[in-house]
Design a protein around this ligand. Structure first.
Ligand SMILES: *Cc1c(COP(=O)(O)O)cnc(C)c1O
Length: 457
């Protein structure tokens, strides 16, 4: 089973050429799902006692299954947060898989971890955190947020004996990503939401803390600000939140899973002022740093605190902690033990292209949002809900209700033409269904945006 199969190598090369040729291109259609029964009828039994053979399995994949996936890097895929991995990163993702590197401990994965750390040093430098700050790559923003929240909670518990008896409490806003609430549940922490989908401001946070009953105030240990909300690209008042956290002795976590890539863009960097005062930061390279899935990152002002929270103990692990194995062990700083060196494709791409190209590619996403804003203002059928922020654009089709948006989304998806999905925007007490663009892919064109807007007529 582990012998080299020359046919399989050839086949893999063919498929790679086919896939690489279509990366980030409108040559491919946007795939759409089929029902499980339909797929089963098309491909039949694939897991059998004797196997169906690589050639047949490959054929089924190419003919039926790959068409049921949305290529997330398609230039007219503007839903959720798209992705747009570089070819260099995609190629090195294959090398990463083929190299069988265990990325938990330096003793086993020094070469790979060295490269990850080089890339990480660049990311940390974008944040403006002090020299000692450092981070590790995770499976995504959700795992990064969980790792940071648990680190903050364990630190809080180490401060006072009685905190060990309390259930912790964190504050964030309703603009925060769903994973904050989900991960607080995993860690058994309560969440208080400030009721604004717009920028979380210093004053609102101050009032919220002031109004907490004493029992709740004692349980409060962290505030989560967002560096680019997923829905609208809004960056909270990080400077203001940092000041309150300092005054109130609270951990300050910044979730910049989506927006973190924009730290490299001179045109918007000032929006993130204050991020350098964070205790921890989440950034997803698989969103706006052009890495393939899955690659998130968590960064700590004081990595020792993360180690106190996450380092796993076991007699079988002692050898890794021995002086002889001395080095940086990524497992110590987040929730996962065995891990892929998932920062390696990013390292190769950064080394290949240089950081200036990253700056240009991110600026292009921001520019595309401005272009979309202009096209929307020129088009009498649509109007902006708010000015574009980072690379997000919320706009309404005048006269449409929520069913109209849903039908339109399905229709464009059905044709394989575009994937643009509706969302809701909250103002006061009311939620309005609107349409949303999020630009990541620098290969999206003005014409793509124009075609999508025209399809709303
Ligand atoms: C996408 C996103 C997350 C979750 O990241 P995953 O990589 O999907 O786990 C968390 N926070 C924000 C702000 C995001 O945009």
């Amino acid at each position: 089973m582990h012998k080299t199969d020359i046919d399989l190598v050839d086949m893999t090369m063919d498929v790679m050429k086919y896939v690489i040729d279509r990366l980030s291109s409108t040559k491919q259609k946007i795939g759409k799902p089929k029902k499980e029964e339909e797929l089963k009828a098309l491909v039949g039994e694939t897991i059998t006692e004797n196997g169906i053979g690589g050639e047949r399995a490959f054929k089924l994949w190419k003919k039926h299954l790959t068409k049921c996936n949305v290529p997330i890097d398609h230039p007219r895929h503007l839903a959720f947060v798209p992705a747009s991995p570089t070819r260099a990163a995609v190629m090195f993702d294959l090398v990463t898989s083929a190299s069988s590197i265990h990325g938990a401990y330096w003793m086993e994965g020094a070469g790979g971890i060295f490269c990850e750390n080089e890339a990480m040093r660049w990311i940390v430098s974008l944040t403006g955190l002090p020299e000692d700050a450092f981070g590790v790559f995770t499976s995504g923003g959700t795992a990064a947020n969980l790792s940071a929240i648990v680190t903050a909670r364990e630190y809080w518990r180490s401060l006072k004996e009685r905190n060990n008896l309390e259930k912790g409490l964190i504050i964030t806003s309703i603009g925060a990503h769903s994973s904050i609430k989900a991960m607080a549940k995993v860690a058994d922490i309560d969440v208080l939401l400030v009721d604004t989908e717009d920028k979380l401001e210093k004053e609102a946070l101050e009032v919220t803390i002031k109004n907490l009953p004493i029992q709740q105030r004692q349980r409060l240990f962290a505030v989560v600000g967002t560096g680019g909300t997923t829905n609208a690209g809004i960056v909270d008042d990080l400077e203001g939140i940092a000041a309150i956290c300092e005054k109130e002795n609270l951990w300050f976590h910044v979730d910049a899973a989506y927006g973190g890539g924009a730290l490299v863009a001179d045109s918007v960097r000032h929006l993130f002022n204050g991020i350098e005062k964070a205790d921890s930061i989440t950034i997803d390279p698989h969103k706006w740093m052009f890495s393939p899935y899955d690659c998130g990152a968590v960064i700590y002002r004081n990595p020792e605190l993360a180690k106190n929270a996450h380092s796993q103990q076991g007699s079988y692990l002692d050898i890794f902690k021995d002086e002889g194995a001395h080095g940086f062990n990524p497992t110590d700083y987040q929730i996962q033990l065995t891990r892929r060196v998932r920062g390696l494709p990013l390292w190769f791409s950064l080394a290949t292209h240089g950081t200036d190209r990253y700056k240009e590619a991110v600026e292009r996403g921001i520019e595309l949002a401005q272009i979309a804003g202009r096209l929307i203002k020129e088009n009498p059928n649509v109007e902006l809900v708010r000015e574009p922020s980072l690379s997000c654009v919320l706009y309404r089709r005048i006269g449409w209700d929520s069913d109209d948006y849903t039908h339109w989304t399905y229709e464009n998806h059905e044709k394989g033409f575009a994937l643009v999905t509706p969302t809701k925007w909250k103002q006061g007490d009311s939620y309005e269904t609107v349409s949303r663009f999020c630009f990541i892919n620098p290969d999206t064109t003005e014409n793509d945006i124009d075609l999508i807007l025209k399809s709303m007529e």
